[in-house]
Design a protein around this ligand. Structure first.
Ligand SMILES: Nc1ncnc2c1ncn2[C@@H]1O[C@H](COP(=O)(O)OP(=O)(O)OP(=O)(O)O)[C@@H](O)[C@H]1O
Ligand SMILES: [Mg+2]
Length: 331
């Protein structure tokens, strides 16, 4: 069965030609162009990839993936902006920040430009954050009444993309298919879907798959690609975990990350310390898995890590060991 949703990543604007793995560092800009910003449309544009992390099911690992994937991408030399689009604000706290009155995307979704002060530094060097707070819940209603309500986030992020300050913008979505998630899906180049290794995983997956198809076919985001499906909270001790991995692989072959995120207590503890797991326990299995996911994610995006930046050897060895075990069990 061919799947119309699996569009090659080339559907998105191509990165500028560079073998150095960093799509945004535009060097060799002629002096005239540097002095006169903007009008040269022939120069390769800095390219920021927007990735929505979504699944309407709650508690499947969206936020854990955004927090830890962003930290691991930054360790690999990528410049990451995280957008917390969930009024629960778990990503905001998971990256070490408290609630930030007036700094969420609420106003931007109603048409105000995103101010520099809305973009905060986090505990992770290389990861910035547009935080969330409860007022974002009101956007579900207020944005729905506005014109062009599906593209509010896309329009708000456009000036940020144009600066080329970020390699990736990762958007953490709430557990629903409401206006906020729909805005993320229309703003994104691609969608990353975490699914929990449990019985109802496939059901939830087909819902978001169908929605993606509708957004593409209906023209709301014709180029929306699937960045991949990542299986989370895998428990090697249960038979069910292995069965779900096999079943999802059968239905969505080629769309699933090889990296499976294990259930790991360090991953669940890290948010209460306001840190990604890479800082909370750099030697945990959770750290190894998310490092591996970040490498695989970059490779699927046609990128490698920035020059000179190396993943810790121990983390790589651990990730490869765990993957081998998991893939043998799941084969
Ligand atoms: N691999 C894992 N191992 C152990 N615990 C995990 C793992 N991934 C996530 N958790 C824990 O599971 C719970 C749900 O995870 P998370 O908040 O990332 O899911 P979510 O999809 O963002 O939830 P929501 O839909 O409410 O936004 C959290 O307590 C988190 O710490
Ligand atoms: Mg969440």
């Amino acid at each position: 069965m061919t799947d119309p949703l699996v569009e090659p990543q080339e559907a998105s604007p191509p990165p500028p030609a560079s073998d150095e793995g960093d799509p945004v560092l535009a060097t060799n800009v002629p002096e005239e162009a540097a002095a006169e910003p903007a009008p040269d449309t022939t120069a390769p544009a800095p390219y920021t990839r927007v990735v929505a992390i979504a699944n309407q099911k709650g508690g499947v690992g969206k936020t854990t993936t955004v927090v830890n994937l962003s930290a691991c991408l930054a360790d690999l030399g990528q410049r990451v902006l995280v957008v917390d689009l969930d009024p629960q604000a778990n990503t905001t706290s998971g990256l070490g920040l408290g609630r930030q009155p007036g700094k969420s995307l609420y106003r931007a979704l109603l048409g105000e430009p995103i101010a520099a002060e809305n973009i905060l530094d986090t505990v992770v060097p290389g990861v910035s954050l547009i935080p969330s707070e409860l007022d974002l819940a009101g956007a579900e209603i207020d944005v729905a009444r506005a014109d062009n309500y599906l593209h509010r986030l896309r329009d708000a992020l456009a000036p940020l993309r144009a600066t080329g300050d970020y390699d990736f913008i990762l958007i953490d979505c709430p557990p629903s298919l409401g206006i906020l998630t729909m805005n993320a899906l229309t703003a994104a180049d691609s969608l990353l879907v975490p699914i929990q290794c449990e019985y109802y995983a496939l059901e939830g997956l087909s819902v978001i798959h169908r929605l993606m198809q509708q957004l593409r076919d209906g023209g709301a985001n014709p180029n929306l690609a699937l960045a991949g499906i990542v299986m989370t909270m895998y428990d090697a001790r249960t038979k069910l975990g292995g069965e779900v991995v096999r079943e999802v692989n059968r239905h969505f072959a080629g769309q699933i990350f090889d990296t499976v995120i294990p259930r790991n207590v360090r991953l669940s503890e890290a948010p209460s310390y306001g840190k990604p797991v890479t800082q909370y326990d750099p030697h945990s299995a959770g750290t190894a898995a998310y490092r591996r996911l970040a490498e695989e994610f970059l490779s699927k995006q046609g990128l490698s890590r920035a020059p000179g930046v190396r993943a810790p050897k121990r983390a790589r060895r651990l990730a490869i060991f765990r993957l081998t075990v998991i893939s043998k069990e799941g084969a």
